[in-house]
Design a protein around this ligand. Structure first.
Ligand SMILES: Cc1cc2nc3c(=O)[nH]c(=O)nc-3n(C[C@H](O)[C@H](O)[C@H](O)COP(=O)(O)OP(=O)(O)OC[C@H]3O[C@@H](n4cnc5c(N)ncnc54)[C@H](O)[C@@H]3O)c2cc1C
Length: 445
């Protein structure tokens, strides 16, 4: 049975981090609202599942990136959550043995050269795919490409260098022990959400806006839509009148990529204490894979894949994913990781996540993805003006030259002066996780 029509001031579509943040703010301001969520749970891409008693596993976001700028650090502190400030571990196992200092230094020098090349090319333009400005014929190219794919969820030929450079990276990536999804849910505790209420249609032709959901109808003065760009560009919500072309084009120019985590769950501590360090395994021409081994002491191992390889492995099925991760984690010729792993995982969990990143398949499209990020932020009105994509791209280009693009796009403070510092220095290294979904507001306040 459906509910009768309900009236409210603001209807929020989606109870992910963005929708919950909007709801929290409206609640604090005393504005009546409803949150309509398609799924049976809140959190969206921020979700933690217990894979065993006291063993939380993040299916989506896990790291508080650029922690000194990240508002979730204060939220974590307020709720007594723990996090690890040590940064990414960048050890490598190559053909079954730990890489020596010289090999890791060579890799770091290569990564550093590539990041510098990206920054230089993005500053001087034109916008291009990352593959076009990075070294392609180096021993470490597969490692760079692998890191990049799990970091951005897309491959190097699909990511705009300018889009990439709008991300403010302070090299502080802090995973949340109890789970980032748990943190988002805890922060949103008490926010009323209507679950299993997928919004099917939005009629915004009149003064009173109407939403049709699986559960009934709502009338609202304003609507905040927080669904992903793929949901918007995929036409999953019927807008009447249709969203302006510029809005749809902007959403389509920011497609979601693919990042999978393969979780091997053990019934006890089979690695001993302390566990082997997290490592990227490079095995004789095979696709590299990074592993976290017993993170926070939990009895599981997490392998990560991204981009087309994640797509391919996903299509091969869960068993294939688990087998590959097991084989690589066991690292046949491994002399320390292999020997210390005394047991078989009792089950494997493969998780799929998506996030958005500007896609420059061609030069023209690259410029569009840059403008798209600017445009996508603008509120749409049925009778509103049509911002020109070309003009937005040109404006973005001017801002980029002034070094202000990130601030304007993301409403963030000016980039820190050391933004282009050596990203491979210290213990932080390159990311082995995706970067935040920049288009969606992930703000607790
Ligand atoms: C694999 C992965 C790893 C990540 N890792 C990190 C990380 O380590 N650190 C970090 O900061 N960020 C990370 N991110 C990014 C972060 O998870 C996202 O930016 C954030 O969770 C997005 O929140 P959102 O509210 O914008 O969107 P979503 O979480 O997608 O929320 C949208 C909500 O809308 C709902 N919805 C969809 N359609 C409808 C409909 N028709 N009607 C009603 N509801 C609907 C969805 O069910 C969903 O709950 C990661 C993302 C992914 C995908």
């Amino acid at each position: 049975m459906t509910d009768p029509m309900t009236d409210t001031d603001v209807a929020i579509v989606g109870a992910g981090a963005a929708g919950l943040a909007a709801a929290k703010t409206l609640g604090e301001l005393g504005v009546p609202f409803v949150v309509l969520e398609a799924s049976h749970r809140i959190g969206g891409r921020a979700y933690t599942e217990a894979v065993g008693p006291g063993q939380p596993f993040d299916l989506g976001c896990h790291w508080m990136h650029s922690a000194s700028l990240n508002p979730f650090v204060a939220v974590a502190d307020a709720h007594g959550f723990d996090y690890d400030k040590s940064g990414f571990n960048r050890r490598m196992r190559i053909d079954g043995a730990w890489a020596g200092a010289a090999a890791e230094a060579a890799r770091d020098a290569f990564l550093k050269r590539n990041f510098a090349a990206i920054a230089r090319a993005a500053e001087t333009g034109p916008d291009r795919a990352t593959a076009e400005v990075t070294e392609r014929e180096n021993r470490w190219t597969p490692v760079f490409d692998y890191f990049f794919s799990v970091w951005t969820s897309l491959d190097v030929d699909r990511v705009s260098i300018v889009d990439l450079e709008t991300y403010i990276d302070t090299d502080e990536n802090w995973p949340v022990k109890q789970g980032f999804g748990t943190l988002v849910a805890r922060h949103a505790a008490g926010v009323p959400v209507t679950l299993n209420a997928r919004v099917i249609a939005i009629d915004w032709s009149g003064k009173a806006l109407r939403l049709t959901t699986q559960k009934g109808e709502h009338r609202a003065k304003k609507i905040i839509v927080t669904v992903s760009t793929d949901i918007l560009s995929g036409g999953h919500i019927g807008f009447d009148p249709a969203l302006p072309d510029w809005k749809q084009e902007a959403a389509a120019a920011l497609p979601l990529g693919n990042h999978n985590r393969i979780c091997l769950i053990y019934d006890r501590n089979v690695f001993g204490d302390p566990p082997p360090p997290a490592a990227t395994v490079l095995d004789d021409g095979a696709e590299p894979m990074s592993f976290s081994i017993r993170p926070f002491g939990y009895d599981y191992v997490v392998g990560m894949t991204g981009g087309r390889f994640a797509d391919w492995l996903e299509r091969a099925g869960i068993e294939a994913s688990v087998d590959l991760a097991k084989e690589m984690a066991r690292a046949r010729r491994d002399r320390s990781l292999g020997r210390s792993c005394q047991g078989e995982p009792e089950k494997g969990v493969r998780r799929r996540h998506r996030q958005a990143r500007g896609r420059p398949q061609r030069h023209r499209l690259a410029r569009r993805s840059l403008g798209a990020r600017c445009l996508f932020r603008r509120p749409a009105r049925p009778d509103g003006p049509t911002p020109a994509l070309g003009r937005a791209a040109r404006r973005a280009s001017v801002l980029r030259r002034r070094g202000d693009l990130a601030r304007v796009l993301l409403d963030r403070p000016r980039r820190p002066p050391d933004r282009h510092r050596d990203r491979t220095a210290g213990s932080a290294g390159v990311g082995i996780c995706p970067k935040p979904y920049l288009t969606g507001a992930v703000s607790p306040a």
